[in-house]
Structure formats: C-alpha cells, structure tokens
Design a binder for this molecule. Structure first.
Ligand SMILES: NC(=O)c1ccc[n+]([C@@H]2O[C@H](COP(=O)([O-])OP(=O)(O)OC[C@H]3O[C@@H](n4cnc5c(N)ncnc54)[C@H](OP(=O)(O)O)[C@@H]3O)[C@@H](O)[C@H]2O)c1
Length: 328
C-alpha cells in the first residue's frame, strides 16, 4: 500500500524475523504497508535469504544483527518503531545440553531486554509470542474443564519433567507481564499451539518437524494425547489483529482444532494413504494432556482460522514441492 503525501510510514520491529512464524508475520506486515525492522542473529546467513525476496521488502524491510542477550543491539532495532512483535525465542527440536544457557536465558532475559528497549523507545504496543506451552503444563487438570487464559503452566512441574522449553515460555511470559505492569507498557501476549503450514524459510523448524517426521515414518508409536493445530498464516493474522485492535489486552490463546493424535493420523491417512504412519497410540494417564483449550477470546476479537484439513493439505503439499520429505 502506497502512503499518500504527508502520511507517515508505520514502522514496527519483528524479532527473530527469519524464523517460521516471524517470516510469515513479516510478509503479512509488508503486504499491509508496514515498514519492518527485522532482527536476525546473522543477516549474512543463507537461512535468512528468503527475507530479501519478500514482496514489498525492497526498501521496507531493514535487517538488524541482534542476539537477544545484546541489549544495545535490540535497542537500535527498536528505536523509531511504533510497535514491536517479539517472536524470537529458542525452540529446540532435540534435547539441549545446557537448558539454562541454551533456552531459559535467551527466552527470559531476551524478553526483558526487548521490553526495556520498547519502554525506552516509547512504543505504542508490544505483541509477544508466548505459547500454549505456558498454558498447558499443569498436572491433573480436570478433564471436564476447558483451559482458558487464566491457566498457567506450573514451573515446578516443568522442571520435574525437564520440559525446559515450557519452563522458558512460562517464565518469559510471566516476567513480561510483570515488567509491563510495573512500567506501564502496553503488552499483549499470544499463546499459539502447535503451528503447521507452508514455510517461507529454507530450514525446517521444530513444529513443522512434528508433521514431517510422521510422514517420513519416523514415529512408530505416539501417545494418544490431545493436540491443537494452528496454521502459521492464521497465527500471523492473530498477531496483527491484537496489534491493531486498540481494545486487545492481556493474553490470547490461539489454539483451534483440538484433536486426539490417533484421529489426526486417521485424517492424514485418509488424505495421504501412501506413508508409513505410527501404528500404536498408547493412552496416557494425565488428564491435562486430554483437555481442550479455548480460543474464544481471540475469536471474539475477530480472529478467523482455517479448517484443520486445509492446514494439513497446504503443509504436506509444500513439503512435497520443497523436497523436504526426501531429505534425511
Ligand atoms: N512453532 C510452534 O509450534 C510454536 C507454538 C507456540 C509458540 N511458538 C513460539 O513462536 C516463536 C517463533 O517460533 P518458530 O516456531 O517460528 O520457531 P523458529 O523458526 O525456530 O524461530 C525461532 C526464532 O528465534 C530466534 N532466536 C532463538 N534464540 C535467539 C537468540 N538468542 N537471539 C536472537 N534470536 C534468537 C531464532 O533465530 P536463529 O534463526 O538465529 O536461530 C529464530 O529466528 C517462539 O517464541 C516460539 O516459542 C511457536
């Protein structure tokens, strides 16, 4: 969208712009006429090359070399922005050797750095991508109840089960809310569930690997827990919606399409029969893995999302076209 004479460009910062969700969000923001300050750890890395080819990127996307632990670098990317989308956070796909250094510090200290720089730059609103991981990890949640924005993962339970990613997201979101309240910063958090959908980046991120590994026949057995799947384009829409709607506030769960794993595999099989799918689906004891989350608050704000089958088709067709299912 061209800006008329005298109309100011809307400048926003997206942290971790080269990642799965942030790339999709950056694409959406550029298509809506925003100018984007995208932070990446290494602007010269091939894995960020796709950003330079985004429609509307020429002149409207500026990349900043930023590690979340480097306050000055973050502050220079946020300076001059009216808003910030804090998306970057480590999402490991394998066990990490040092959880404190590899996951917790970048998530928690990194978030506080982003918020401090946002306060100093007097931005209008910060939208932070938290996670269903900060909502769900609580033992023995009543099976007849639905999880909503009042639900928080239990730090001690995350530690006991060594679920460092869940701990990092829970700590980061809680500390962000505390910081924002103390400093009068307008912060909205969004908690997506497992994100699928076509990729813009050349590397395969952890949540896409969930489906890729199923299709590659790498999962013989899967616990029959409830998963909620959301398309990356719908997550990007949610992030922009909560940014642009003045009345948006607090937390928003972004977790549609609850389904048992066994039923999910049955749908996949019916659509794509020629893959070697998991055959065993042991039932689990913990009711927390069976309950549903509600995205009603986000829907009431005006959010709409794709049906699960569309997200599946667009993901699988993208993996096939990109040759992802043939690579080791
Ligand atoms: N995908 C999901 O299912 C899902 C669900 C709920 C919430 N989320 C949240 O969504 C956000 C994006 O995740 P994603 O799925 O898009 O994964 P992703 O593609 O792995 O993106 C993570 C991004 O964080 C950046 N990052 C990690 N550590 C950093 C550090 N120390 N300094 C600067 N940047 C750092 C990564 O940069 P590099 O490329 O340099 O490593 C990358 O751009 C995360 O906050 C994640 O917790 C994801």
């Amino acid at each position: 969208m061209e800006k008329g004479a005298g109309e100011k460009k809307r400048v926003v910062c997206v942290t971790g712009a080269g990642g799965f969700i942030a790339s999709c969000l950056t694409k959406l923001l550029l298509s809506k006429g925003y100018t984007v300050h995208g932070t990446v750890r290494d602007p010269g890395d091939e894995k960020n090359a796709h950003l330079r080819n985004l429609d509307g990127g020429s002149g409207n996307l500026q990349l900043f070399k930023v590690d979340l632990l480097d306050y000055d670098a973050i502050a220079s990317a946020i300076a001059g922005c009216e808003g910030v989308f804090h998306v970057a956070s480590p999402v490991p796909s394998t066990k990490v050797p040092n959880p404190e250094v590899d996951v917790i510090a970048p998530a928690v200290t990194g978030t506080l750095n982003v918020l401090k720089a946002s306060s100093e730059a007097k931005v209008k609103r910060v939208v932070m991508v938290s996670s269903a991981a900060a909502v769900r990890m609580t033992p023995n949640f009543p099976i007849d109840k639905v999880m909503d924005e009042d639900c928080w993962s239990d730090n001690e339970y995350c530690k006991k089960t060594e679920n460092w990613y869940c701990l990092s997201k829970t700590m980061a979101e809680r500390e962000a809310i505390t910081y924002a309240e103390k400093h009068g910063l307008d912060l909205v958090t969004v908690c997506p569930s497992l994100v699928l959908g076509p990729l813009l980046q050349s590397t395969v991120n952890a949540s896409s690997l969930f489906l890729v590994n199923i299709l590659k026949g790498k999962r013989e057995s899967m616990d029959n827990r409830v998963k909620h799947f959301v398309d990356v384009r719908d997550v990007a829409d949610a992030l922009l919606l909560v940014y642009e709607k003045p009345e948006a506030s607090g937390r928003y769960i972004c977790a549609p399409n609850p389904i048992n794993i066994q039923e999910f595999i049955d749908i996949l099989k019916s659509m794509y029969p020629n893959y070697d799918y998991p055959k065993k689906f042991p039932e689990i004891d913990d009711t927390s893995d069976k309950v549903h989350m509600s995205s009603e608050k986000l829907k009431k704000l005006g959010w709409k999302c794709r049906p699960l089958k569309e997200a599946i088709v667009d993901s699988v067709e993208y993996y096939k076209e990109a040759g992802i299912l043939n690579k080791d």
